[in-house]
Design a protein around this ligand. Structure first.
Ligand SMILES: Nc1ncnc2c1ncn2[C@@H]1O[C@H](COP(=O)(O)OP(=O)(O)OP(=O)(O)O)[C@@H](O)[C@H]1O
Length: 229
């Protein structure tokens, strides 16, 4: 999916020669210390940062020069770090905005999304800004799911969220995996969760992939070497 990707901000190169693949139905975990370029990689996949070199393809289509909108319509959903919702809009209006990314003609929030996040159904007329941090994160994930993506990019969805909602979000990721309808690329720092749910992992360090493998192979030694602070 990604080959030899180089990208950065202005003159500063952050990603160097990144190669990565997410197979259909897989949950792939992207790990690495703070500031190594995980968010930059997610934004590059989404076309929010222009690549200086390399190629990106998805589902057999070359997306190297595609706009963010086209990538979304090709089935890539993105949940940015820090739950970027619209606080002045209602929960339902936030969710309807997710339909913009859809290639099919749906005009209302699909029931399956409310089934995954019942709290959002109960609160659909409330303003996004009135929700707790964890609920806003659920809203942000639900908004990406509204368009029915085939690949979901999740950037640290559990960061700074209360434990009960972390569990709910974990369940949602588990149910996505069990449905085999979608693949997930997840930036996650929790080793326990990463090893319990991911099929495969990549470790990024200073903008390059320094380790990868099936998550059952993620050893203490690698964690110490690449992830410990
Ligand atoms: N808009 C920007 N302009 C210039 N440099 C940036 C910008 N955003 C991030 N950077 C730099 O790019 C590098 C990688 O940042 P990035 O956010 O991708 O890391 P990360 O691995 O996601 O970190 P974290 O775990 O803290 O979110 C950092 O050195 C950061 O300072």
């Amino acid at each position: 999916m990604l080959s030899d990707v180089e990208a950065g901000y202005g003159e500063s190169m952050i990603l160097r020669g990144v190669r990565m693949k997410v197979e259909p139905g897989q949950v792939v975990c992207l790990m690495g210390r703070n500031g190594v370029g995980k968010t930059t990689l997610m934004k590059t996949i989404m076309g929010l940062i222009k690549m200086k070199r390399g190629a990106i393809s998805y589902g057999g289509k070359d997306l190297t020069h595609a706009s963010t909108d086209r990538r979304a319509k090709c089935g890539i959903g993105y949940v940015p770090q820090g739950r970027d919702i619209f606080p002045q809009l209602t929960v339902e209006e936030n969710l309807l905005l997710g339909l913009e990314a859809s290639s099919s003609r749906i005009y209302s929030v699909p029931e399956r999304v409310y089934d995954m996040f019942p709290v959002l159904y109960d609160m659909k007329r409330r303003k996004g800004g009135d929700l707790s941090g964890g609920q806003q994160q659920q809203l942000s994930i639900a908004r990406a799911l509204v368009a029915g993506p085939q690949l979901l990019l999740l950037d640290e969805p559990m960061e700074g969220i209360q434990p009960s909602i972390v569990m709910e979000i974990e369940h949602v990721i588990e149910s996505i995996k069990a449905s085999k309808q979608m693949s997930v690329l997840l930036v996650e720092q929790s080793l326990t969760f990463a090893t319990s749910i991911a099929d495969y992992y990549y470790v990024l360090d200073k903008g390059s992939i320094v380790a990868e493998g099936s998550s059952t192979q993620l050893s203490e030694e690698q964690v110490k070497k690449h992830l410990a602070v």
